[in-house]
Design a protein around this ligand. Structure first.
Ligand code: FMN
Length: 178
């Protein structure tokens, strides 16, 4: 093998592929473990809406801002874009079924038999979440194929518990480092 060919191979190995299908990218992004949350809100006519997300991230401490993103073909795009507040409910490791329920578009009323309370801001919060952040809808922007939602954190709460984890396309839990 010539030096040039070897260099090219090295280059590929060191710097990676510049052409890839989005499925490949999605699988690669799955190498990055995340927590799992359910974002909830209430429409002006009193209907509760929520979905499972793992795009949640902290953005700023001062002011306290968080972000998440909603796929732009979501049936609830307008609901979240126009809401005044939403709740980020961070799930514990026993909440896998709840996460799957709120990720299933075929379930008409995801909130049936799910314990919630209404926050003073008028949005539902799920009982048992290990952390709850009630956010004012601060900013939204369509970026790529998602609506980026930025929330100003107005109220927080927490309960003891370990988080549910999403990694490689599956739910898992934290394990002690060896
Ligand atoms: C672990 C996990 C994370 C998800 N993260 C997001 C996300 O960040 N944004 C998003 O738009 N959909 C996300 N989804 C998909 C939605 O939960 C799913 O499309 C859901 O059906 C949307 O509810 P809706 O159709 O009632 O709006 C995720 C699903 C799972 C299982």
């Amino acid at each position: 093998m010539s030096m040039i060919a070897e260099d090219t191979l090295m280059c590929d190995r060191e710097w990676g592929d510049t052409e890839f299908e989005s499925k490949i990218l999605r699988n690669l992004l799955g190498c990055y473990p995340t927590g799992v949350a359910i974002v909830t809100t209430r429409t002006a006519d009193g209907r509760d809406v929520g979905l499972t997300i793992n795009s949640f991230a902290s953005l700023s401490l001062d002011p306290p801002l968080v972000l998440w993103s909603l796929v732009n073909h979501s049936p609830n795009l307008a609901v979240f874009r126009d809401c005044t507040h939403f709740t980020i409910n961070i799930l514990g490791h026993g909440h896998q079924e709840l996460a799957m329920r709120f990720a299933n578009p075929r379930i008409e009323n995801k909130f049936a038999d799910v314990a919630t309370h209404l926050t003073p801001e008028g949005v539902p919060a799920l009982h048992g979440a290990i952390a709850t952040l009630v956010c004012e809808n601060h900013k939204q922007d369509t970026i790529g194929d998602h609506l980026l939602m930025v929330g100003h954190v107005r109220r927080i709460g927490s309960e003891a518990g370990k988080p549910l984890v999403f990694h490689g396309g599956s739910f898992t839990a934290l394990h002690e480092a060896p």
